[in-house]
Design a protein around this ligand. Structure first.
Ligand code: URP
Ligand code: ZN
Ligand code: ZN
Length: 468
């Protein structure tokens, strides 16, 4: 007894073809014609629909303790929200408090994530450098299936690392074959700019982007890539927003460095006018790095990077806070919890503004949102519709239309940064681990159905510049 998705158009990163897809248990067991023959098989008619691999979100923060509060979606509501938008796996960030053990942090995150409705893994954040950090990093890769790290070059006084830590993280990561994901902004400069603005009485959310100019992101991107190059570590720059960063990545790639760039829909679609929304509405959009102004080439650099292959993936940085939580920064924009919801919007937004707008193909969307994250981070059973792969699938109707809104999304966020955006195409069904978890607007995601996915390293160092 299985599930047969009949007559759809399967779209992978490098191909599209009409076929039936058969699922048994959690696995795709056959792809071909006339597969709907088994007695007792459940048949889903997918004629006129695309059958996509479930998207992977390589950048989310569920129930993250951050800036004096906790992000509003937990692992259950956040993964459920993702399922409604066609995302069937996440990689969250395990962020142990500075000075605490990576292994204790991992235990805590695994307990929190046990209620996830979709499969998950973690990037391990290094929030300081101590005597035990190198050995703990090795243990995390060797014994726990965590093969990517995270460093924050911003958030001074909290989780920011200095260049010493950055250097050491790159070194150990290269040794272990792990990828280092990087939040690239010069946190010292941001801290100074924030203090100067507040001292002048510039306290509103519209000063958030002023405190984090694109040059600050470009400089940190360049520095992170330099550190990675010294050790031949694989670096993955998260949530890129600006042309300076894209150019830095481009230079490193052309020089043969193993590095990757991710952006998010908000940086492609929105601009800094959002910060002027009345009644502290601009706080909804406060995230770091900030949404950029138009007319400076940032949006264009990101779009062309996605089209021409220079950029590698689109994540969401899903990290919602309610308006009440955002009010923590009502008198001081530096205290507004940074982050917004997005996991449910990514496929619809990319399809509308990427594929339907002619910027890239649906195959490329699949690559950016599923296949590349799977390959870069070692999710070997995900990201492609093929026999033997996990049965995480999306049935997508390209002819339907919709409107994104906090009134209809499943996230706990009470505002949407894409409020009122008209979109083409619709997720009709999402299949997670072989079971229909979302169907025609109805969520059937199961608390705890998600599994932790242990990964193997995807990169090994070549001859490093630094031989010590
Ligand atoms: O503003 C953001 N991006 N919040 C989440 C934490 C991070 O920096 O990714
Ligand atoms: Zn970040
Ligand atoms: Zn993030």
């Amino acid at each position: 007894m299985g599930l047969v998705i009949r007559g759809g158009t399967v779209v992978n990163a490098g191909e599209r073809f009409e076929a039936d897809v058969k699922v048994e248990g959690r696995t795709i067991t056959a792809i071909g014609s006339d597969l709907a023959k088994g007695a007792g098989d459940t048949v889903i008619d997918a004629a006129g629909r695309f059958v996509l691999p479930g998207l992977i979100d390589p950048h989310v923060h569920m129930e993250l303790p951050f800036m004096g509060t906790v992000s509003a979606d937990d692992f259950e509501t956040g993964t459920a929200s993702g399922i409604a938008g066609g995302t069937t796996s996440i990689i969250d960030f395990c962020i142990p408090a500075p000075g605490t053990s990576l292994l204790d942090g991992l235990k805590m995150w695994r307990e929190r994530a046990a209620k996830a409705a979709a499969d998950y893994s973690f990037h391990m954040a290094i929030t300081g450098w101590g005597e035990k950090t190198a050995e703990e990093m090795r243990a995390v890769v060797r014994d726990h299936g965590i093969t990517s790290f995270k460093v924050f070059m911003a958030y001074k006084g909290a989780i920011m690392v200095d260049d010493h830590a950055l250097y050491q993280v790159m070194k150990v990561a290269a040794e272990t074959g792990a990828v280092v994901t990087v939040h690239a902004e010069n946190g010292d400069v941001v801290w100074n700019l924030q203090r100067e603005l507040i001292a002048k009485g510039h306290t509103g959310p519209e000063y958030h982007p002023v405190s984090r100019p694109s040059a600050v992101e470009g400089e940190a991107t360049e520095r992170a890539l330099t550190m990675a190059r010294l050790h031949d570590a694989a670096a993955y720059i998260v949530h890129m927003t600006c042309s300076e960063s894209v150019r830095a990545l481009e230079r490193a790639k052309i020089a043969g460095q193993r590095c990757y760039g991710e952006t998010c829909p908000q940086y492609l679609l929105l601009d800094d006018k959002v910060f002027n929304a009345a009644d502290f509405g601009g706080s909804t959009y406060v995230m770091s790095p900030p949404i950029r102004a138009r007319g400076l080439g940032h949006h264009e650099a990101l779009w062309s990077g996605l089209s021409n292959g220079m950029m590698d993936s689109v994540g969401t940085d899903h990290c919602p806070f309610t308006h009440e939580q955002k009010k923590m920064g009502a008198k001081d924009f530096t205290k507004i919890p940074n982050g917004a919801a997005g996991i449910e919007d990514r496929l619809a937004i990319l399809y509308t503004h990427g594929v339907a707008a002619g910027k890239f193909s649906l195959e490329r969307l699949v690559e950016l949102g599923a296949t590349a994250p799977a390959r870069i981070f070692g999710l070997t059973k995900k990201g492609t519709v093929a026999v033997g792969m996990d049965a995480d699938l999306v049935i997508f109707n390209p002819d339907a239309k919709g409107v994104r809104s906090a009134k209809t999304h499943f996230s706990k966020a009470d505002r949407s940064i894409f409020e009122g955006f008209e979109v083409k195409g619709k997720v009709e069904r999402t299949i997670v681990g072989g079971r229909v978890a979302f169907e025609n607007g109805k969520l059937m995601a199961e608390r705890g159905a998600g599994r932790f996915i242990a990964r193997k390293p995807t990169h090994f160092a070549r001859e490093p510049e630094v031989k010590a």
